[in-house]
Design a protein around this ligand. Structure first.
Ligand code: KIV
Ligand code: ZN
Length: 558
């Protein structure tokens, strides 16, 4: 067996276990408070951080989609963020009910500058933090537990002192023990309680304790145990909003947040599409949409996901992966034939049913709900099945392909995809269908056609036609019980082979006076080979006659 040379340098992160956990038995029934940290944590991680104009545009979009708490930056550390905040306040851009949040380190001169930047704000969250983890205490700050706790207490005290200098504003205080998940739980609790002791929150004036997985270190269940233990052991829990702030180093930021919410948290910080340091922050839209797709009001609205993506890309310079949950370009596209077939059936059932309950296979969400169209759900490549092709011909072009005909069309489409080695556009699929099946006039052609009734006979329909068959132009007459059989009887003596008439289908192609009709006729030759032809005409009888000619010509071209 091959051995990984470097594996010995890694060690298992100590697993925190809360034996009294109840979170596995809980269910998420109400969305948490969502706080966007795009303009701070997300922005901090951009190769080219946003300028003021981009931040204003992004902020407006966050407000538009429903965020009520928005961390706008680190005004004490960056002139851009200071000036951005001033513009938000001075230009009255913060709507009623929306709180801006600012981050600041637990140091007096930075806190003082932060309040200066907030002057005149109606409501804001002042978010102070210091790192409490074992690794940071030892290696970065080289301080004892007591000294680190003192930094937090001082910060809390100063935050409160300065808030009192701005009585016209309403402030909520937030504290983060940065690297919470790398901190001993008892110690994290001790520091947070010391901070809360300074703030003395009440049920009417709650403080926020934000518990970050600054770097994701373990499986989400361990995080949930930490959160439940913390919530259960925190004094005066009802006066505190417990907030989560997960990063995504192990790729389970969303899972950790969801389990943390099951474990008792009230609030979530994250970014759109998970932008943020390294592998990013929590993808907050995914969490919101996970609620939505379970029928729980998310309070964040993704009705126009394309617009959100557009603004996000313009402002951050980042992209959204094609397979990104809910938002990616390919998320509502099925390539596999069996998936396409199942989606078709699911959509049909959904559309036919009075009671609108979304239960479509392979589509956890109705794409229309977020401004996506059904159109790109099915794209045709060499893996696609007949159902997908039929879906496109019906959804895009109005042709209700009989089930028995679908394999025949699919055969030609597959041949084409194999030839090109790529998926086909809808128009290309229609071209194949059109060229191979509809109103085919080569080599056999119908030049004119008329019919009349003869009420005295059983086979009352008389068809007269002028046709070219096998290179011979001729006037023919036939009788039958309808135009199709009469025409078929008229031309039969001229045919080289014998054909049996197998099936007939027809439908109107469009509504209104100028409606055209489509007719589908399947013939079988003496060798048992079947072939479909399609006729399209303003007159259904003419469409049927054309369909017969198309089918005959199809045999010629096999
Ligand atoms: O990831 C983190 O720990 C942070 C804190 C400042 C909350 O961003
Ligand atoms: Zn963070």
């Amino acid at each position: 067996m091959k051995v990984n040379q470097n594996i010995a340098k890694y060690q298992k992160y100590p697993v925190f276990k809360y034996e009294n956990r109840t979170w596995p038995n809980t269910e998420l029934t109400k969305a948490p408070i969502f706080c966007s940290v795009d303009l701070r944590d997300g922005n901090q991680a951009l190769p080219n951080p946003m300028g003021i104009d981009a931040k204003l545009k992004f902020f407006d979009m966050l407000v538009e989609i429903g965020f009520k708490e928005i961390e706008i930056g680190f005004p004490s550390a960056s002139d851009t963020e200071y000036n951005f905040l001033r513009r938000l306040i001075e230009e009255n851009r913060i709507p009623e009910g929306v709180k801006v949040q600012v981050l600041v380190q637990a140091r007096e001169h930075l806190i003082a500058k932060t309040y200066e930047a907030l002057k005149g704000v109606k409501e804001a969250v002042v978010h102070v933090y210091n790192s409490t983890s074992t690794a940071q205490r030892k290696m970065v700050f080289k301080k004892s537990k007591e000294e680190i706790k003192e930094i937090a207490i001082d910060g809390a005290n100063i935050v409160k002192k300065y808030a009192a200098m701005y009585p016209e504003s309403k402030f909520t205080f937030e504290y983060s023990p940065e690297s919470f998940t790398g901190t001993e739980m008892e110690y994290a609790l001790e520091v947070c309680e010391a901070v809360l002791n300074e703030w003395q929150p009440t049920t009417y004036n709650k403080a926020i304790i934000n518990l970050p997985a600054t770097v994701e270190m373990t499986t989400p269940n361990v995080f949930a145990d930490q959160i439940e233990w913390f919530c259960n052991n925190l004094k005066n829990r009802e006066s505190v909003i417990i907030s989560l702030h997960t990063h995504n180093d192990r790729g389970t930021g969303v899972a950790a947040t969801e389990l943390g919410l099951m474990a008792g948290a009230d609030r979530v910080e994250g970014t759109l599409f998970g932008n943020g340091e390294r592998t990013g922050n929590l993808d907050i839209l995914t969490v919101a949409m996970n609620y939505y797709s379970q029928g729980i009001e998310p309070t964040i609205y993704m009705e126009n996901i394309n617009k959100i993506i557009k603004v996000y890309k313009e402002c951050t310079g980042m992209t959204v992966h094609e397979r990104h949950p809910y938002a990616g370009e390919l998320v509502y596209t099925a390539f596999s034939g069996s998936h396409q077939d199942a989606i078709n059936k699911g959509l049909k059932t959904y559309n036919d049913r009075k009671e609108k309950v979304w239960d479509v296979p392979y589509l956890p969400l109705d794409p229309a709900d977020i401004g996506r169209l059904y159109e790109p759900i099915i794209r045709i490549n060499s893996q696609s099945g007949k159902g997908g092709v039929a879906y496109i011909l019906e959804a895009e072009y109005g042709y209700k392909i009989p089930k028995a005909m679908q394999p025949e069309i699919s055969y030609h489409v597959q041949k084409e995809t194999d030839k090109f080695g790529r998926e086909l556009e809808n128009a290309e699929i229609f071209n194949i269908f059109n060229e191979k099946f509809i109103n085919i006039v080569d080599p056999n052609t119908i030049h004119s056609f008329s019919y009349s009734f003869d009420n005295t006979k059983e086979d009352s329909m008389v068809v007269k036609a002028n046709i070219t068959i096998n290179g011979i132009i001729k006037d023919v007459v036939g009788v039958g019980n309808g135009p199709v059989s009469a025409f078929f009887n008229a031309i039969e003596p001229m045919l080289k082979d014998t054909y049996e008439f197998i099936t007939y289908d027809e439908h109107a192609l469009s509504d209104g006076q100028s409606a055209e009709a489509a007719a589908y006729i399947q013939l079988k030759n003496q060798n048992g080979i079947t072939h479909y032809g399609v006729g399209k005409d303003g007159n259904i009888d003419s469409a049927s006659i054309r369909a017969i000619m198309s089918a005959l010509n199809g045999f010629e071209k096999r």
